[in-house]
Structures are given as structure tokens and as C-alpha cells.
Design a protein. Structure first.
Length: 253
């Protein structure tokens, strides 16, 4: 039965930045489909842990400042020690800094690039090495953005990082497909998260954004549940190097 291909019973997923918002929704969705979850978070994911364990799944958290890469071996070890293996990586954690490009400072640039791109690459690399050790293949899902496709305004580092995430996804898919590793990305549209709070509170800008979205609403974290389960599942075994826009039709407008 085709629905069996979407089941994830017995699989183990690392989800970064799963304490709130999009990451929390995706972690819960993977748990609902059958995964045990390893979180990688700066803040304690108390609520996410409760949701996952209420589903009868295991949850392990690793505390990390993702501006640095030294925690990466620790999170892989935590997954293997607690659950015996790793099957899925979701690179969700990200940060944004807003400033006119002419005034954008070096520290903000480095912080955004380190979290959104540098750590993403090295987590992908570590996961792929673990998949190779297991001789199991695996799924990597990176979180891109509408600004993987567009330039944006006052977010030069974020745009650069998310454009790079889409390119990196393609590059890694090319190299690792023969290992049985699928590398794909999800590009959320304008979602109700902390990153968009300033936009949603700006009445004029919010109206402009909503006026372009054919669905006529901001996206919700729950809108990513189906796409992340699909890309993590056997149903997506022949999908590789692709970025799925979950945007209410924004890019089609």
C-alpha cells in the first residue's frame, strides 16, 4: 500500500532548532509518523519533548550554540548512543539580522552565515558519514527560504545564506545519491514565526505580503508537517536535490 511508504516507525531523526515554531512542528510530525527525535537547541525544548513523548516516542536533547561547530560530533554520538542509529537529519535552526546593507556589520554577517550555512554543511557531512558507517542510506532535509529564490530587503546575510542552502542541497545530492542519501530542502513561505514577527506587526508591510499570497494567509508551522514527513520517507526515494516551496503560492504569483 502506498501509505506504508510514508511510515517512519523505528527511525531516528535529528531536528535542529525544534524548541518552537517550524522546528517543533516538524519534530512532532516525524514523531507522529514513527520517529524517535534528537533535538539540537540553544533553548530547552521542554514543550517539544512533552509532545514527542506523549506520542510514545523517545526524545533526546543536545544543548548547542550553532554559531560553532564543536557540538556536531556530540549530537551524532547522542543519537547513536540513545537510539542505536541515525536515519534522518532536518537542518531547521536559523537566525536573521535586519539592517540596511550599507550599514550591515561583520559580526551580524558572521553569526548568520555560521548558523544558517557553515553549521548546516558540517551537520550534513557528519550525518552522511554516519549513514555511510551504517551502510544504510538516509535522508537530509535542509530548510531554505523564499529568499533562496529572491533578494529580500535589509537581510543580506540571510539571503546569502539561504541562497547557498539551496545550492548546497543540490551539490550534496549529486555527490551522495550513490550512497543512498537523499538531500532535499523545504522553502517555507511567509510563516507565523518569531522571525516574521516584525513584518506581521508592520501593518503596511503585512498587507503587502498577504496581498501577494494566493492563499491569502500567513503560513502556519503545521503546514510543514506533510512535506517533511514525505521527504523523510521511502515515498521520496527518487526525489533528490530539490527544494520544495511551501508558500501558499507566493512564487507562482
Amino acid at each position: 500500500m502506498v501509505l506504508d511508504k510514508f511510515k517512519l516507525e523505528g527511525r531516528v531523526a535529528i531536528v535542529t532548532g525544534c524548541n518552537t515554531g517550524l522546528g517543533q512542528a516538524m519534530a512532532v510530525a516525524l514523531a507522529e509518523a514513527g520517529c524517535d527525535i534528537v533535538g539540537l537547541n540553544f533553548s530547552e525544548p521542554t514543550e517539544t519533548k512533552q509532545y514527542v513523548e506523549a506520542l510514545g516516542r523517545g526524545f533526546e536533547n543536545v544543548h548547542a550554540d550553532l554559531r560553532k561547530t564543536d557540538v556536531i560530533p556530540t549530537v551524532i554520538e547522542a543519537a547513536v548512543k540513545r537510539f542505536g542509529k541515525l536515519d534522518i537529519l532536518v537542518n531547521n535552526a536559523g537566525t536573521i539580522r535586519r539592517s540596511d546593507a550599507i550599514d550591515f556589520n561583520e559580526q551580524d554577517w558572521d553569526d548568520v552565515i555560521n548558523v544558517n550555512l557553515r553549521t548546516v554543511f558540517f551537520l550534513c557531512q557528519a550525518a552522511a558519514r554516519q549513514f555511510q558507517r551504517q551502510n544504510s542510506g538516509g535522508k537530509i532535509i535542509n530548510i531554505a527560504s523564499m529568499l533562496s529564490f529572491q533578494g529580500g530587503v535589509r537581510v543580506p546575510a540571510y539571503t546569502a545564506s539561504k541562497s547557498a542552502v539551496m545550492g548546497l542541497t543540490k551539490a550534496l545530492a549529486n555527490e551522495w545519491a550513490t550512497l543512498g542519501v537523499n538531500v532535499n530542502a523545504i522553502a517555507p513561505g511567509y510563516m507565523e514565526t518569531s522571525n516574521t514577527q516584525a513584518l506581521r506587526e508592520d501593518t503596511q508591510r503585512s498587507a503587502e505580503i498577504l496581498g501577494r499570497i494566493p492563499s491569502g494567509r500567513w503560513g502556519l508551522p503545521e503546514d510543514l508537517k506533510g512535506p517533511v514527513v514525505f521527504l523523510a520517507s521511502d515515498a521520496a526515494d527518487y526525489v533528490n536535490g530539490y527544494t520544495v516551496a511551501v508558500d501558499g503560492g507566493w512564487l507562482a504569483r
